[in-house]
Design a protein around this ligand. Structure first.
Ligand SMILES: [Cu+2]
Length: 409
């Protein structure tokens, strides 16, 4: 199915945009919570700890993926199901250039009735090549389209920069994200009484970002889903994405590189990621304004519907320096709900917040600062001159993304 862009007016009206995010870095991820679902709040965790001591992972699986060293114990009525790629996939740069491959795999949790998803744990098969993983839900009415995409490409799965490709645009207000993983991540479990609604017959797309810097090696990854009975009276969580542009110019003394012009830099991203490399320009339909080069970029969104925020997270890549999410900026009610003064690429976990209820016309703002000098310090940029950096899916491209875990009345 070719991805085509609808009229710009539709994007403006609906606030839909194609985007994806990769997260995490190689290295010792000490952080234990790297998912887009709310971590248990300190209060619920303390009571839960006694009941949910660590238990060792299931054994006896013959898959290639690694079984978790430890899993948190299931709560009453919960079950755990493992969904794995049907076979190995060997990543390659889909457009013949670049060192990143994003591949989507269609997995079937065999839901015979509606359920609440109360936790996720990704089991990466080959850590040398798996950079990060996002899990998306596929509604029953989208399953046929997903199967067609899967069948259309020869190897397992399909190329999927910029989301699953099933929605022409990802709805940033109600993203189909249900979980994410970066190196070091463990099982993510929702607060008691909260879950993501999965309808009977739903499928899961596992989007894997493969980094090809270590060469092409086969991978078979899997995920564990923690499920609770759908008849329970739980509150439905969803993920709201808050992307902002990245427009980081070259440093004055390093501005002779070929890609120091914005136009050339955007063209380069499109060459590596196909039509999905368009995000740098599309973001202005969501955030307003026009591209203005600078280290600090932000995006203010005005709510159309009431939300209650339960968790917050941020995402940038290697040149990210600081990130902030505010509600009602510039008003007497202004409040910072996430403040990361020094970005740590290895700690992208979601943080619980005391529930914050926001009404229509209230605003949320995400602000990011990226800096070029970090490229002088990081091995991933060795030998790479300054370039004008825009939003892009590659490890050495950048993103500015806030994530809110919300319930809606
Ligand atoms: Cu990213």
């Amino acid at each position: 199915m070719a991805r085509t862009r609808t009229a710009l007016a539709a994007i403006v009206a609906s606030g839909l945009i194609a985007l994806t995010a990769c997260s995490g870095a190689d290295g010792a991820g000490g952080a234990d919570q790297k998912a887009t679902q709310p971590a248990e709040s300190p209060t619920s965790a303390s009571s839960a700890d006694a009941a949910e001591t660590e238990e060792t992972g299931q054994v006896g699986h013959s898959g290639h993926y690694a079984e978790p060293a430890t899993s948190r114990r299931l709560r009453a009525g919960e079950t755990r199901t493992t969904i794995a790629m049907p076979g190995a996939y060997t990543p390659s740069a889909p457009y013949g250039t670049g060192t990143d491959d994003y591949r989507c795999f269609l997995l079937d949790p065999e839901l015979e009735r509606d359920a609440w998803l109360t936790g996720t744990q990704v089991l990466p098969g080959n850590p040398d090549v798996v950079h990060h993983v996002i899990l998306f839900q596929v509604a029953p009415e989208q399953v046929a389209a997903a199967e067609a995409k899967d069948a259309a490409e020869e190897d397992e799965g399909w190329t999927c920069f910029g989301g699953t490709g099933l929605d022409r645009f990802q709805d940033v207000n109600r993203s189909s994200w249900i979980g994410a993983w970066a190196p070091g991540g463990r099982e993510s479990v929702t607060k008691a009484g909260y879950g993501v609604r999965l309808r009977k017959g739903s499928r899961i797309v596992m989007q894997v970002h493969y980094n090809l810097l270590a060469g092409q090696q086969p991978d078979t990854s899997a995920a564990q889903l923690r499920l609770a009975p759908g008849k329970r009276d739980y509150q439905a969580l969803s993920t709201m994405l808050l992307p902002a542009p990245v427009e980081l110019p070259c440093r004055p003394k390093h501005s002779d590189g070929e890609l120091c012009e914005r136009e050339a830099a955007v063209a380069d991203v499109k060459e590596r990621f196909g039509a999905d490399g368009n995000t740098a320009d599309l973001l202005y339909f969501l955030c307003g304004g026009k591209p203005r080069a600078g280290e600090v970029q932000s995006c203010v969104r005005t709510l159309a519907d009431p939300i209650t925020i339960h968790g917050v997270a941020g995402h940038m890549h290697l040149l990210g320096r600081s990130l902030k999410i505010e509600v009602n900026p510039g008003t007497p009610q202004a409040r910072t709900i996430l403040d990361i003064p020094v970005w740590d690429f290895d700690d992208q976990g979601s943080r619980p917040v005391d529930p914050i209820r926001l009404e229509p016309f209230e605003q949320v703002k995400v602000t990011c600062r990226h800096v070029q000098w970090l490229r002088d310090k990081l091995p991933a940029f060795e030998g790479q001159p300054d370039r004008y950096v825009v939003w892009g899916e590659g490890t050495t491209d950048e993103m500015c993304l806030g994530m809110l875990q919300v319930t809606r009345p």
